[in-house]
Design a protein around this ligand. Sequence first.
Ligand code: DSN
Length: 419
Amino acid sequence: MIHLEKADPRVHRAVLGEEARQRGQLEMIASENFVSEAVREAMGTVLTHKYAEGVPGRRYYGGCEFADAVEDLARTRAKRLFGAAHANVQPHSGAQANMAAYFGFLDPGDTIVGMNLSHGGHLTHGSPVNFSGRLFRVAAYGVRSSDGLVDFDLVRDTVRRVRPKLIMTGASAYPRILDFAAFGEIAREAGAVHVVDLAHVAGLVAAGVHPSPVPHADIVTTTTHKTLRGPRGGLVLCRAEHARLIDRMVFPFTQGGPLMHVIAAKAVALGEALSPNFRDYGRAVVANARTLAGTLMERGVKLVSGGTDTHLVLVDLLGRDLTGKDAEQALERAGITVNKNTVPGETRSPFVTSGLRIGTPALTSRGMGEAEMRRIGGWIADILERPGDEGLGEEIRRRTTELCSRFPLFAAPPRASSA
Ligand code: DSN
């Protein structure tokens, strides 16, 4: 970053500070990951200069030969990876991808059904503080209090009662496999469009360790930066019959010019996800989460649904003196970064919460395995037992720093890319 250092030392310092933070902390925010050097390089290329409104072969600007090349690579790889008929790789984010999906089928005032935010859903699935909750009528389903699993009787009853035009399946804090086939059947029975927001588990589906929603959904949206381990951004997959509609909903309806440097990085990341290494990665992410869950539960930590099938665990602090906010801060002081999260039956505000969401994708990218998860799970349990103990926090901080030094952030060999 020699140019940045000279031109803008303050920004340079902040970037270096963030790099040091990432190197020296155990990153366990379930929606974060570390990309390969190749993905980061692609994001820093001259493609950022290029306007390429439209789609490959049908652009509103000249000089799009190379923009077409990278976007075609990204589209082709996305289709191959997920077995989808069509892909649009231009959404700037998962929220933009969801907006394109909604407006392909809905008018303001139409009804949707999605998962309750405090039961694991997402803001864009109908929260009143999001465009989805403001523009559409929303009926939410949730999980059973007895076992923390989606209550399909409730889903069916809700759908029969409100007769939605669209059902949104997906979650940002649900530790179990969502039954996409069951949701698809309910949508078919109701004559509703079925959209799956795959953001959290897209990398697990790509790796073959989680069922695919593609056969059961009209539209699948995802981010590219979570378990999929690409640049920040989104994409939409759909059946051939919806291809033109979705392309038009992304541009010109919800977005202007695509971010071609990010699309190049998406192409690289999707190529990496097609390689056999990525299957090992996906398996390791889930094995690590299961081991972490087991370690925490052995120490008496309560988890929503009593475990995990995915990349994350959700710690339930309901009824305890300790809030999610205080637990997050105590863990941060000890060098473990997680996020506070609402849990089913939440009694506190979203700024305080009664839960913690803890994920394994980033540490798995760093090369950590089940032995490390057992150690980390023990440290987390220690902190949750004695969150105010400064001496304990400092001792664990020393251990997390030492562990980070044994798994350098950028030491992984280049990952193979395929066509
Ligand atoms: N904010 C993301 C997450 O952390 O899950 C979802 O968009």
